[in-house]
Write a protein that binds this ligand. Structure first.
Ligand code: NDP
Length: 258
């Protein structure tokens, strides 16, 4: 769609959470298509296998699959994952925190506590646990990246969006704290993306009455994700990006010969 530099992610190992569907799936395929070795993390094996097949079919480097439920992720499993990545891939350059669940949209006074815990664990606590475990690997990378995925309701509170909105608010803070802590100590560039309204199953369940044809395709986000995962975003540490803006700008930044 954008004819970007095909080798922009050559020699990079990238872990994508929620790689089985939506934005994560498209990002994983796009990263692989541009030279990366991709680790597909998700909870539904059938979806991950489909993405695996899609990546192999385009002739890109064979991806790895990690079936893992972020809702039950603990430190021991994350440590194990770190060891597995080290042993099998030798390194980790980019961590894209993408997976999330929406939860039900109801007033806080009616919000189910179990669902609250589930959304906070999936969208926020797992991000902390995974970041903590994988940071030593990312710090060893010559050009590390951590990319967080935010939302408009993580910036402006919205009634009825409950735990999802709270988790995204907390992620805004988490990314900021981490970027400050890494400012002078590591070569790990921390950024956040707010994709904006994007045609995925999450968007469909949030806005069932909406005409999906009016919502942007995930593909339009890819130049931004490629830019942030690639070598040209070295100076973007601590910044937040909107998927609703400047698609062609990102595409232009990573187009043409190096
Ligand atoms: P989707 O629901 O389409 O995809 C989410 C992915 O996360 C799925 O592959 C899902 O797995 C995975 N996932 C969910 N829970 C877990 C879990 N417990 N363990 C492992 N994997 C899990 O969402 P989108 O692609 O729309 O969203 C991606 C990101 O973008 C999210 O962080 C979301 O908050 C954010 N975002 C999206 C917007 C949009 O308009 N689409 C707007 C603003 C932000 P499975 O398929 O197995 O369920």
């Amino acid at each position: 769609m954008f004819n970007l530099r095909k080798d922009i992610l050559a020699n990079r190992v990238i872990l994508v959470t929620g790689a089985g569907d939506g934005i994560g799936k498209e990002a994983a395929v796009s990263f692989a298509e541009h030279g990366a070795q991709v680790i597909l993390l998700g909870r539904t094996i059938k979806k991950l296998e489909k993405v695996y097949d899609q990546i192999c079919q385009i002739g890109a480097q064979e991806p790895a699959i990690v079936q893992l439920d972020l809702e039950t992720l603990d430190e021991a499993t994350s440590e194990q994952l770190k060891e597995t990545i080290q042993d099998n891939c030798g390194k980790l350059d980019v961590l894209l925190h993408n997976a999330a669940i929406l939860g039900t949209r109801v007033p806080l006074e009616n919000y189910d506590s179990k669902e609250w815990a589930s959304v906070i664990q999936t969208n926020l606590t797992s991000v902390f646990v995974l970041t903590k475990a994988l940071l030593p690997l990312l710090k060893k990378s010559v050009d590390g990246r951590i990319i967080f995925t935010n939302s408009s309701v993580g910036k402006t509170p919205r009634a009825y969006w409950g735990a999802y909105s709270v988790s995204k608010f907390a992620l805004t803070g988490f990314a900021k704290i981490l970027s400050e802590e890494l400012e002078n100590t590591a070569k790990v560039v921390v950024t956040s993306v707010n994709p904006g309204a994007t045609r995925t199953s999450m968007r469909r369940s949030a806005y069932p009455g909406e005409d999906p044809r009016k919502i942007k395709n995930v593909k339009t986000l890819m130049p931004l994700y490629l830019y942030l995962a690639g070598p040209d975003s070295r100076h973007e540490h601590g910044k937040e990006f909107s998927g609703n803006q400047q698609t062609w700008d990102w595409a232009n930044r990573i187009k043409g010969p190096r």
